[in-house]
Design a binder for this molecule. Sequence first.
Ligand SMILES: Nc1nc2c(ncn2[C@@H]2O[C@H](COP(=O)(O)OP(=O)(O)OP(=O)(O)O)[C@@H](O)[C@H]2O)c(=O)[nH]1
Ligand SMILES: [Mg+2]
Length: 386
Amino acid sequence: MPHSQVSNNEILREHGADLSLTVWGSLLRYLEPMHELKKQGCKYDNIVELAALEYKKSRLVRVRGRRGRLGFGLDGEAEVVSARGRGSGGRGFISGAGETEIQLQRRRIAVRKSRLTSLLSEVRRTRSLHRAARRRHGLSQVLNGQSLPLVAVVGYTNAGKSSLVSALSRSSVYVDDRLFATLDPQVRSVVLPSGQKVLLSDTVGFISDLPVQLVEAFHATLEEVVEADVLLHVIDSSAANADEQRSAVLQVLEEIGVSKERLENQLIEAWNKVDLTESDSKITETEDACQLEALDSRLFLSSSQENSHGVFSEDRSASLMYCKSHDGGMLKPDEVSEKMNIWGAQLLNGEVTRVATSAVRGTGLHDLLHVLDNHLKKQSSEVQIE
Ligand SMILES: Nc1nc2c(ncn2[C@@H]2O[C@H](COP(=O)(O)OP(=O)(O)OP(=O)(O)O)[C@@H](O)[C@H]2O)c(=O)[nH]1
Ligand SMILES: [Mg+2]
């Protein structure tokens, strides 16, 4: 993956670029729709340049290419130098002529920046047209005039949002993406267990300290989030700083105008990548649906519960939930899924709902669809009461 965010960041880091710059690099890399920007001629290297310019206007990243060519790029050795000539890597920058070179580079970047900005606004315009079209048709033909609930999938960068959206749409009972694929490739339709059809909208990954200068570029995502009926917050449970990433996302959501009340009542958490946090044997058992993994006690019940099929109890020390049938045997997956009704009760009490998932292994996807179902039912019943 020569142009992936990870490898580019690694290269930058290897060459001594400071962390804030790599954060900018990754932020810019994640400015969706980068694919479209790339298609339209924006190179990743330009984005990194832009990052450098935006973050520290007085500093530049210079890259020595393999053939000794100086420029901006990723195939060579990078050194961060200040405009005054103090090299962070111990190497100085020749002043005098260097000043001119920096000015020249700045101008080049400024030109690229304006190109990027106009491309982004074009992309925004296209996406908003798509959204309008989606609302207009909005499968209203299919649903007799009702518009479909929109679930915005948000989360820290690399949490697995896109993977989860694909996995959910694959696992859904019936998927018809033809209408949307042409309108907006980042939206998938999914049918919940009750038969309710929803739209899942994949968004860009958030990172800490969202720089305000770039909020404009995030508008496409922000608009999806603001319009959404439910926010599905995907968290990489295997990340060492998962809690920090979670808080960073909540903070960004608040900053872009999502009310505290919505964050409490219209947000579902998918603690993704559980396959990386548990041993393989537990996963196997999970797939047999006899035991469900719990990341913490809030994922499941506060005490043992039962439904018509069996008893659910949790072993907090092992982070597991046991599901035994009344006759002492194992519960089948569809029997286990009945416990979602109990989760529904939790939702009515206004608790944040968390589901452990693995987009890669398919763990917890049905649970998540059930939770979404319950959530939307609860929301629509509240609307009716109002
Ligand atoms: N082990 C494991 N890897 C996962 C899981 N979900 C996603 N990944 C991997 O995590 C990486 C990031 O996944 P994406 O789906 O692109 O993450 P994202 O949140 O959409 O990332 P951005 O859109 O770039 O912010 C990929 O390499 C995925 O294969 C999971 O459940 N388990
Ligand atoms: Mg993604």
